[in-house]
Ligand binder design. Structure first.
Ligand code: 5RP
Length: 228
């Protein structure tokens, strides 16, 4: 297990630490917890270890092989979602969020498993730092996971929506698929855009979390957190 890292003086890291620490208050003894992916979640996983939560949880369901390895190293049982009857809480980061708690996710290419866990969870708590808070989603390129043989076809369909799809070359998702990042799209109606992209044949998952937004957004700031 890698030793817990100090946040040091990196302002971005300090904000992530603030959000991650505040989310610890949502945990309960013996609960099964959904855990996401990314550097903010890595800060959360380090805090789980440091604050003694690793042995107090019944187990975790993880959204990526990377997070599973980190959680496994803590000694926390990593469970298959299929073996879990009820998932009370899911904690994950995001690449962008609005005050309506709608999100863009998938910067770490784990969007499909993240969306499945968010759907299965009773409560989805999203931890971000304040520079990810936007008025309109789309500044961050929208990740779309696609079946490899459909990549060019899906890219043409995404371009027809007004965006500029870019293949994230060299990345294969944990599900064996490819990622297209859709640039230059101003997403004024996230629920409609999520539905439109979902309907393109060959799309596995779009990284818009709008029809199932987060239930609580914990935004790390330089001095603490804001709850939205
Ligand atoms: C991974 C994700 C992450 O939650 C998102 O990319 C945020 O990552 P970070 O905390 O490193 O900024 O959606 O697929």
């Amino acid at each position: 297990m890698t030793p817990p890292q100090s946040p040091g003086t990196d302002p971005g890291q300090i904000k992530k630490q603030h959000a991650a620490r505040a989310s610890l208050a949502m945990l309960r003894d013996d609960m099964i917890l959904g855990v996401g992916t990314g550097s903010t979640v890595n800060a959360f996983i380090e805090l789980l270890a440091r604050e003694g939560w690793a042995s107090r949880l019944q187990g975790v369901v993880s959204s990526s092989e990377g997070s599973s390895a980190r959680l496994h190293a803590l000694g926390t049982p990593v469970l298959d979602l299929n073996a879990v009857p009820d998932l009370p809480l899911y904690i994950d980061g995001a690449d962008e969020a609005t005050r309506a708690r709608q999100l863009i996710k998938g910067g770490g290419a784990a969007l499909t498993r993240e969306k499945i866990i968010a759907a299965a969870a009773d409560r989805f708590v999203c931890i971000i730092d304040d520079h990810k808070l936007v008025t309109t989603l789309g500044r961050f390129p929208l990740p779309v996971e696609v079946i490899p043989m459909a990549r060019s076809y899906v890219a043409r369909r995404l371009a027809a929506l007004g965006g500029r799809p870019v293949w994230r070359q060299g990345i294969t998702t944990d599900n064996g698929n490819h990622i297209l990042d859709l640039h230059d799209l101003s997403i004024t109606d996230p629920v409609a855009m999520e539905s439109t992209i979902n309907q393109i044949t060959g799309v596995v998952t779009v990284g818009l979390f709008a029809s199932r937004p987060a239930d609580l957004l914990i935004v790390g700031t330089p001095t603490g957190v804001e709850f939205i």
